[in-house]
Design a binder for this molecule. Structure first.
Ligand code: HXC
Length: 258
């Protein structure tokens, strides 16, 4: 499928989605987020895709929701349309592993979109922020919640109240990103990481993701209960047999996603 605001490319079992409105610093227009949602719908049921990398340009992952589109919307416009729509948050519900590869600005909705992915790899020029307050609004795509869970109240509160940006080093120290790589190696590094994940059993990787994500939703005992049930269910798969037999036979496993 071809899109106007994103590019989708396959690298083996990894799909690379590139946000592609460079002139607007990948501002997240309704058309872009609709296309992103459509692409993810396709990739989720494509058995040849085991992981997704989401990226932008070297200057901007995404500089936020499109301010020029939003600026004249009324309360009823955003309330009736339930802005943000489900397409915006589609990636948070995506069942296969997702990596945000962030170079340049990840601001407002851009930072929120990156945080909807399973983890973030940052280029050394990455800058994260929730500057909505500087334009008279607040984060509306999970920023006040996901950022707070990821980096704690104090830093999240400061960023949301002042609009201050965090550079890659601070973001890594704070736990927002998993690691920093040189900007020119961002895509290759993210693809390599995704390919590593894609070399595992896809259903097992999906269960692992599901279990980690549950930690953000439920109490510790409920989370551990959920994990235990999923752990037990891995023993119903052929890939668990293959993985453990391969270890015993001192050979690499050949997973069949079954
Ligand atoms: C629309 C945007 C945009 C945005 C940049 N552009 N960000 N257009 N919406 N969010 C456009 C600019 O208008 C300009 O277009 C072009 O991209 C280049 O941007 P410049 O500002 O000229 O670049 P620079 O001077 O390098 O500054 C980069 C920047 C700045 C610091 C990232 O662009 C900026 O502050 N952008 C807005 C960041 C922001 O407030 N984001 C939060 C949005 S609200 P022209 O046509 O003039 O060349 C949000 C709410 C989410 O995300 C809630 C849930 C939906």
């Amino acid at each position: 499928m071809t899109y106007e605001n994103i590019i989708v490319a396959k690298h083996g079992k990894v799909a690379l989605i590139t946000l592609n409105r460079p002139k607007a610093l990948n501002a997240l227009s309704p058309d872009l987020t609709r296309e992103l949602g459509e692409a993810l719908d396709v990739l989720e049921i494509d058995p040849t895709v085991a992981a997704v990398v989401l990226t932008g340009s070297e200057k901007a992952f995404a500089a936020g929701a499109d301010i020029k589109v939003m600026k004249d919307w009324s309360y009823m416009d955003v309330y009736s349309a339930n802005f943000i729509t489900a397409t915006w948050e589609r990636i948070a519900k995506f069942r296969k592993p997702t990596i945000a590869a962030v170079a340049g600005y990840a601001l407002g909705g851009g930072c929120e979109l990156a945080m909807m992915c399973d983890f973030i790899i940052a280029a050394d020029n990455a800058k994260f922020g929730q500057p909505e307050i500087t334009i008279g609004t607040i984060p509306g795509a999970g920023g006040t919640q996901r950022l707070t869970r990821l980096i704690g109240k104090s830093k999240a509160m400061e960023m949301v109240l002042t609009g201050r940006m965090m550079d890659a080093v601070e973001a890594e120290r704070a736990g927002l990103v998993t690691r920093i790589v040189p900007a020119d190696q961002l895509i290759s590094d993210a693809l390599k990481t995704a390919e590593k994940i894609a070399s595992m059993s896809m259903p097992i990787a999906m269960m692992a993701k599901d279990a980690v994500n549950r930690a953000y939703e439920v109490s510790l005992s409920e989370g551990i209960h959920f994990e235990r049930r999923l752990f037990h269910s891995t023993f119903a798969t052929e890939d668990q047999k293959e993985g453990m037999n391969a270890f015993s036979e001192k050979r690499p496993p050949v997973f069949k996603d079954k």
